[in-house]
Design a protein around this ligand. Structure first.
Ligand SMILES: Cc1cc2nc3c(=O)[nH]c(=O)nc-3n(C[C@H](O)[C@H](O)[C@H](O)COP(=O)(O)OP(=O)(O)OC[C@H]3O[C@@H](n4cnc5c(N)ncnc54)[C@H](O)[C@@H]3O)c2cc1C
Length: 461
C-alpha cells in the first residue's frame, strides 16, 4: 500500500513469519501503530515451509503406517503405496486454510501490511518498493534459510533442503538425512513411513536433542529402530559427482563436543549498500549483505547477531518470546518469559520440558535429585494404540518437578500439562491428587507423579 512518508510508526516489523506477525498482532493490541513488511507469504517458514506442512506429511505417514499395520487391529486394508500428489494436495489444503485465516486476522487489526522486500536503510527506516517506512522501533524478524556443507551445493535435485523436501514430487528410494535434530528426524520419519530407505547422520551421539533424557532408556523404541543411524559422526564436506550419488567426507566426532546439525543459518542481506557493520550500543548497526549487529541486552531483546541466538521454535515465538516481548517492550509491558516445551514429532514422538537428570544434579547436587519413570506398557490407551514408550520425571528432593521427559506415540499432546507442572513448580504430591481422565495417555503423567510421590499405582518397574 502507498506510504505517507511523514508517518512515523511505533514499530516497523521486517518479516511476517511467526515472530514478526505475532509481534505485529501484539503491538496492535497494545494500541501501537504497526507496519508489517513481508516479501513472501504472511506466516513465513512455520506456516509455509516448516511446522505445519511437515506435520501434515507426518500425519500422512502415520496413516500409511496404520494401513500397513491394520491387520493387527482386525481391519482389512491393503497398503498400495503413496500418491504423492494426493499427499501434497492434503498438505497444501491445510496450509492454505490457515493462511487465509491469518491474512484475515492481520487485516482486522489495523496493521499496515506491506508486501515487498524490505532493506534497512538506517536504524529507524526500512525501504520497500521505493517507499520509506520510518519506525520508532524496527523489529527484525527475517528468519533463517537452509544451509549445506562446504562443497555440497543444494541443487534441489540430489542435494535438497527441507524446503525442497516439502514439495518433492516423488518418494525417494533411499535418502541420507544430514543432521538428526528435530527437522532431520521428522523428515526421516516421513520418508520411512512412505517407504524409503533412510540413513541419518548426526554429529552428536544421539538423535532428537529434546529427547536426550530417554534415548538410552527407551532403546529400541526410539527413531533408531526405524532408520539406519550413524550418530557421533560429523560430516565436514561433500561432493556431487555427475550421475552419481553425493560423496560425503566426515570424521568421528563422538568426543569433540557439539557440532551444528541444525541445517539453517540467519537470512543474509538485510542492509542496504554503504551501511556500516558493528555492534551498536543502542540499536542496530548494519552490515551490507551480511549480519546486523545490535544491542544484545536480553531485557531489550535487541539481539543483532542472529547466528548467535539459540534456535527459536515457532511456538516460542508465537507464545511470547521474543517477538511478543519485544513488541511489549516499548510500552514496558514485557510478557513473562516461560520455559519452553520441546517436541520432536518423529514416530514415536519425543517431548520434554525443564531440565535433564544430569543438569539437575549439576545444579542441585547429586544427592538432591530424585527421578521416577512410568512405562507406557502400563497405560491402557497406549496399549490400545499399540505404542510403547516412557515418561521420566526429575524432581528436586522434597521440592518441585524440574524435568518432564516423554517418549511414545502422541506424547507431544501431553506436553501442555507437563509445561504447567514445570512452570508452576508443582510438587509431585500436588499432581498425584489430580484425576486424569481414563483411559487416556494423559493418565501416564498422573501415574508417574504418583510414583514420584511414593504412591505408585500401575507401575510395573
Ligand atoms: C522443516 C521445519 C519444520 C519446523 N517445525 C517446527 C515445529 O514443529 N514447531 C516449531 O515450533 N518450530 C518449527 N520449525 C521452526 C519454525 O518454523 C521457525 O522457528 C519459525 O518459522 C521462525 O519464525 P521467524 O518469524 O523467526 O522466521 P520465518 O518464519 O522464517 O519468517 C521470516 C519471514 O521474513 C520474511 N523476510 C525475510 N527477509 C525479508 C525482507 N528483507 N523483507 C521482507 N520480508 C522478509 C520471509 O519471507 C519470512 O516470511 C520448523 C522449521 C522448519 C524449517
Amino acid at each position: 500500500m502507498a506510504n505517507d512518508a511523514s508517518t512515523v510508526f511505533d514499530v516497523v516489523i521486517l518479516g511476517g513469519g511467526s515472530g514478526g506477525y505475532a509481534a505485529a498482532l501484539r503491538a496492535a493490541q497494545l494500541g501501537l501503530q504497526v507496519a508489517l513488511i513481508e516479501k513472501g507469504k504472511l506466516g513465513g517458514t512455520c506456516l509455509h515451509n516448516g511446522c505445519i506442512p511437515t506435520k501434515a506429511l507426518l500425519h500422512a505417514g502415520e496413516v500409511a503406517d496404520q494401513t500397513r499395520e491394520s491387520a493387527g487391529f482386525g481391519v482389512k486394508a491393503t497398503f498400495e503405496g503413496i500418491d504423492i500428489q494426493g499427499v501434497h494436495a492434503y498438505k497444501d489444503g491445510v496450509v492454505s486454510g490457515l493462511y487465509k485465516g491469518l491474512q484475515g486476522l492481520v487485516a482486522s487489526r489495523k496493521i499496515t501490511y506491506v508486501s515487498g522486500e524490505g532493506r534497512l536503510s538506517s536504524p529507524t527506516t526500512v525501504d520497500v518498493n521505493g517507499e520509506r517506512y520510518t519506525g520508532r522501533h524496527i523489529l527484525l524478524a527475517t528468519g533463517s534459510v537452509p544451509k549445506s556443507l562446504p562443497g555440497l551445493a543444494i541443487d534441489g535435485n540430489r542435494v535438497i533442503s527441507s524446503d525442497h523436501a516439502l514439495t518433492l514430487d516423488r518418494v525417494p528410494q533411499s535418502v541420507i538425512v544430514l543432521g538428526g535434530g528435530v527437522i532431520g528426524v521428522e523428515f526421516a520419519s516421513v520418508w520411512k513411513s512412505f517407504g524409503a530407505e533412510v540413513t541419518i547422520i548426526e554429529a552428536l551421539p544421539h538423535l532428537a536433542p529434546g529427547g536426550r533424557e530417554l534415548l538410552q532408556a527407551a532403546g529400541a523404541r526410539l527413531p533408531q529402530a526405524r532408520h539406519q543411524v550413524r550418530a557421533g559422526r560429523a560430516l565436514r564436506r561433500g561432493r556431487v559427482h555427475r550421475d552419481r550419488c553425493p560423496r560425503l567426507a566426515g570424521e568421528r566426532q563422538a568426543d569433540r563436543g557439539r557440532a551444528d546439525a541444525r541445517g539453517r543459518r540467519p537470512r543474509p542481506g538485510l542492509g542496504g549498500p554503504g551501511l556500516r557493520g558493528g555492534r551498536g550500543r543502542h540499536g542496530p548497526r548494519l552490515c551490507p549483505g551480511r549480519r546486523v549487529h545490535a544491542d544484545q541486552r536480553p531485557h531489550h531483546l535487541r539481539r543483532g547477531r542472529p547466528g548467535a541466538d539459540p534456535p527459536a521454535g515457532a511456538r516460542r515465538l508465537r507464545r511470547g518470546h521474543p517477538g511478543r516481548r519485544a513488541a511489549g517492550r516499548p510500552q514496558g509491558r514485557a510478557d513473562r518469559l516461560r520455559r519452553c516445551p520441546r517436541v520432536t514429532y518423529c514416530n514415536p514422538e519425543v517431548a520434554s520440558v525443564g531440565i535433564s537428570e544430569a543438569k539437575a544434579k549439576e545444579l542441585y547436587g547429586e544427592d538432591k535429585v530424585v527421578t521416577a519413570k512410568f512405562n507406557l506398557a502400563g497405560n491402557g490407551k497406549s496399549k490400545i494404540l499399540k505404542t510403547a514408550g516412557e515418561i521420566k520425571l526429575v524432581q528436586v528432593k522434597d521440592g518441585a518437578v524440574v524435568g518432564v521427559h516423554m517418549v511414545g506415540e502422541r506424547m507431544g499432546e501431553q506436553v501442555g500439562e507437563a509445561q504447567l507442572i514445570y512452570n508452576w513448580e508443582a510438587l509431585p504430591s500436588e499432581v498425584a491428587q489430580l484425576i486424569h481422565a481414563h483411559p487416556t495417555q494423559n493418565e501416564a503423567l498422573g501415574e508417574a507423579h504418583l510414583a514420584l510421590a511414593g504412591k505408585p499405582l500401575h507401575n510395573h518397574d
